[in-house]
Write a protein that binds this ligand. Structure first.
Ligand SMILES: [Fe+2]
Ligand SMILES: [Fe+2]
Length: 163
């Protein structure tokens, strides 16, 4: 059984992962409107990945005899200012998600919930990757400045991402 504390925090995490998916879908649409189909495709794939994260948590809660409680969601923005602005927002969001995962892990340790610790380890590793990837792309965009030709090359690179 999941302790009520962990059940509640896992439900909060499901909401956060679904919000991530929603945010990245909004960023994808924004990039599409800005004439950057590669950026749009990258964020669309990322949005799908976040939905998978939510489903992993959902499965864990159900498997452990907890109750899944979905909530409403805040609306993401529709204008992210620039591709760099979009990736900066994604990075800030992932840093927040990392803090939430770390908090959950700490709670699982406190409660002696070994099954949740093992489950969460995948997410601890995943967050390292998420922050590194978003951080690298933010840095690349900073280095490019506002050079449209370089932006097009990066758009092609990001568009090559496979699901
Ligand atoms: Fe996630
Ligand atoms: Fe990922």
């Amino acid at each position: 059984m999941l302790s009520p504390d962990i059940e509640s925090a896992m439900n909060t995490q499901i909401a956060a992962e679904l919000y991530s998916s929603h945010l990245y879908l909004a960023i994808s649409a924004y990039c599409e409107s800005e004439g950057l189909p590669g950026f749009a495709s990258w964020f669309r794939i990322q949005s799908d990945e976040e939905r998978e994260h939510a489903l992993k948590f959902l499965r864990h809660v159900v498997d452990r005899g907890g109750r899944v409680m979905l909530t409403g969601m805040d609306a993401p923005e529709s204008d992210f200012g620039s591709p760099q602005g979009a990736f900066e927002q994604a990075l800030a969001h992932e840093m927040n998600v990392t803090m939430m995962i770390d908090g959950l892990y700490g709670m699982a340790v406190q409660h002696g919930d070994y099954a949740s610790q093992v489950f969460l380890q995948w997410f601890v590793t995943e967050q390292v990757e998420e922050e590194r990837t978003a951080g690298e792309i933010v840095q690349t965009l900073k280095n490019l400045g506002n050079d449209p030709a370089s932006l097009l090359i990066l758009d092609r690179e990001l568009g090559a991402r496979q699901p």
